[in-house]
Design a protein around this ligand. Structure first.
Ligand SMILES: Cc1cc2nc3c(=O)[nH]c(=O)nc-3n(C[C@H](O)[C@H](O)[C@H](O)COP(=O)(O)OP(=O)(O)OC[C@H]3O[C@@H](n4cnc5c(N)ncnc54)[C@H](O)[C@@H]3O)c2cc1C
Length: 380
């Protein structure tokens, strides 16, 4: 077992970090304040191969592994966790098309997803079903060679853009997970509409909207996998999605720690620099240690997913819980180390805290991560 990155992985991480430093970090506060979704910058990232990191290469994907993806999302999140997290959702959807799409579907959709001509959204949550996703009620009724969709998805990241693309879990059969199918709904489909952009605590550099289906006709040819496979497909996407969001939390936490370190070198109290107080040095040491523990474990979970290990889902759930809790705690501790200045927007840390808070909630709440882990322990 090797615990070091190879030269190619170091180059990938450095490329993403350089991009974050040059193209994301300088404008992250402005995008947060103006609620601006930087689609142009996302497309620049796509041109560098970051739209289909673990999508196969035949239609323009980068063909890399989950650890490579974790390195990239952590690096991008040092610039802005919210931008990195949207890109991670796009990658998750692209991977679902790559793995579960047939030849024609892959050929039709992957090239435009790789260029980010289309921005992908993942539509599972509904107003009446979040954690209990298998209770979803959006209905897809078969009508000849189409499905007719009626229902509503809630909290959909990236939704409502002119260049949108939705992977939607809808009920085609019985109650419960086996009655769910996975359908691609392309932007512009009649009967597809959106709620207002939600007002949120953080994650302001990407829109979150309800996605509404009222008699939306979707070709049967847009179904991924067989009827009834949808829930399994949705959950398999989330294994990797959870690693990605965990990596975004590590990047945010690392950036907050770095900002606190820089500040403490300059700021004086009681005749000393802040970084000369041992109590604060111990806090910094704990923050760095906790980040390193979470990072090392996330990489182990990523390796297990690449290897299709039988316990990969459990390890991904553990890693998501640990990495998102750690990233948030470290960022919040960093805010404290700046005193009152940590609370001011210009210092950049309060935005990171606001952005990272939601990582403990989405892609499965951290309580649901514990449900997954506990199920393996008590055998239910
Ligand atoms: C900004 C944002 C973006 C999002 N983006 C997307 C997206 O792109 N696509 C998408 O499909 N969804 C998205 N979501 C939805 C997100 O995945 C859900 O909010 C999340 O899964 C929780 O569902 P819920 O909000 O309905 O909470 P509930 O399921 O109602 O849960 C409420 C509370 O009860 C707890 N709880 C529920 N069941 C259990 C249990 N069995 N044991 C212990 N505790 C439990 C939960 O952990 C939580 O604390 C997004 C959410 C937000 C806020």
């Amino acid at each position: 077992m090797l615990f070091s990155l190879n030269p190619e992985q170091i180059a990938i991480r450095d490329m993403a970090r350089d991009f974050a430093d040059a193209r994301i970090a300088p404008r992250a506060l402005e995008w947060d304040e103006k609620k601006h979704f930087p689609v142009d910058v996302l497309r620049e990232a796509a041109a560098l191969g970051m739209s289909g990191i673990y999508t196969r290469e035949d239609h323009g994907g980068s063909g890399l592994g989950r650890l490579d993806a974790a390195l990239i999302f952590e690096a991008l999140a040092t610039g802005c966790p919210c931008v990195s997290a949207y890109l991670s959702i796009h990658n998750m959807v692209a991977w679902m098309i790559d793995v579960y799409g047939d030849g024609a579907q892959r050929e039709k959709w992957l090239p435009m997803l790789m260029r980010m001509d289309r921005l992908a959204s993942y539509c599972l949550t509904e107003p009446g079903s979040g954690s209990d996703a298998a209770a979803l009620s959006t209905r897809a009724r078969r009508d000849g060679d189409h499905y007719v969709l009626d229902g509503q998805k809630q909290f959909i990241s990236g939704a409502g853009n002119p260049d949108d693309f939705y992977v939607v879990m809808a009920r085609t059969g019985e109650a419960g997970p086996k009655g769910v199918s996975c359908l691609v709904v392309e932007g512009g489909t009649p009967g597809l509409s959106f709620g207002a952009n939600e007002r949120k605590m953080g994650w302001n550099a990407q829109p979150t909207r309800a996605v509404i289906f009222e008699g939306a006709r979707v070709p049967v040819a847009n179904r991924l996998g067989a009827e009834g496979d949808g829930f399994r497909i949705a959950m398999s996407g989330l294994d990797g999605g959870r690693l990605n969001i965990g990596a975004c939390s590590l990047g945010g936490g690392q950036s907050a720690l770095d900002k606190a370190l820089a500040y403490m070198k300059e700021r004086k109290a009681f005749g000393k620099r802040l970084d000369e107080f041992q109590a604060l040095q111990f806090r910094l040491a704990d923050m760095a240690t906790e980040l390193e523990c979470a990072r090392t474990f996330l990489w182990r979970a990523a390796a297990s997913l690449d290897a299709k290990a039988p316990d990969a889902t459990r390890l991904c759930a553990m890693a998501k819980r640990v990495a998102t809790d750690t990233g948030f705690k470290v960022a919040n501790d960093a805010l404290q180390l700046l005193g009152g200045y940590g609370y001011l927007a210009d210092y950049g840390i309060e935005k990171i805290v606001r952005d990272l808070r939601v990582h403990q909630i989405l892609e499965g709440t951290n309580e649901i991560m514990r449900v997954i882990v506990a199920r393996g322990l008590v055998g239910r």
